[in-house]
Ligand binder design. Structure first.
Ligand code: ZN
Length: 94
């Protein structure tokens, strides 16, 4: 199994466009799941960009979709206090 680095993968033409136009409108690529989702706050966490020179505030979209956001930005976060442990970690008790 060859151990490819990220750059090697990209150089093989796997880089997808960040945005695509579909008949339903513009869609954005999630950098985590590599799926395209409509540019909508239902699918993306949004933030307000700083005003540009004209004083207009545009909406920014995070690079990962809502589903992947936690995976991407909070890999250490545990849900709740009761962590799920494997049987092995619990000492083999069933
Ligand atoms: Zn995603």
């Amino acid at each position: 199994m060859p151990n490819l680095t990220r750059n090697e993968l990209l150089s093989k033409g796997n880089a997808l466009p960040k945005f695509i136009e579909t008949e339903l409108g513009k869609e954005k690529l999630c950098i985590e799941c590599q799926e395209y989702w409509p540019l909508d706050h239902e699918f993306w966490f949004t933030y307000r960009n700083k005003p540009n020179k004209k004083g207009e505030r545009t909406i920014g979209y995070e690079a990962a979709c809502k589903c992947c956001y936690g995976i991407r930005y909070r890999p250490q976060k545990q849900k709740g206090t009761g962590q799920i442990k494997s049987y092995f970690e619990r000492g083999g008790e069933f």
